[in-house]
Each structure stands twice: as C-alpha cells, then as structure tokens.
Design a protein around this ligand. Structure first.
Ligand SMILES: [Zn+2]
Length: 69
C-alpha cells in the first residue's frame, strides 16, 4: 500500500508541475509581447532589433546610425 500511495503522490505532484508549466508558458509569451517592444527589421542589414532602439527616417527603419547614412 505504501508504495502505491507514494507513486500516486509522485504522479499528482508531477501532473501539478506539468499543468503549471503548460498554463504559465502562454501567459509569459503574452507578457513578452505586450511589455517588450515589437521587433523591427533594419532596411540595410535586415537584422531584427527592438523598436525602442530603432532609427526611423523617411519611413525606413535602421538599426544604427551607420546604416542610416
Ligand atoms: Zn542595419
């Protein structure tokens, strides 16, 4: 009986962790999308970088001052 109980407890704990992981991940992704700036692509080198680091001129996006010139 003791071993069966132990296995059931382990399974329940494992399932609990699995469910936590499963339900946590999509929420984290949503948080990242809303809190972290959206990514933009440089018109020169096509590198993706956060919007707050972008240099925008004439409706074009640049990753650095070097690519602006
Ligand atoms: Zn660039």
């Amino acid at each position: 009986m003791g071993v069966v109980k132990l296995i059931i407890i382990v399974l329940l704990v494992w399932t609990g962790f699995w469910l936590l992981k499963k339900f946590k991940k999509p929420a984290d992704r949503l948080d990242q999308k809303s809190s972290i700036n959206k990514m933009l692509a440089c018109s020169v080198c096509k590198v993706h970088f956060p919007e707050n680091e972008a240099i925008i001129q004439n409706n074009k996006v640049y990753c650095s001052k070097e690519h602006l010139e």
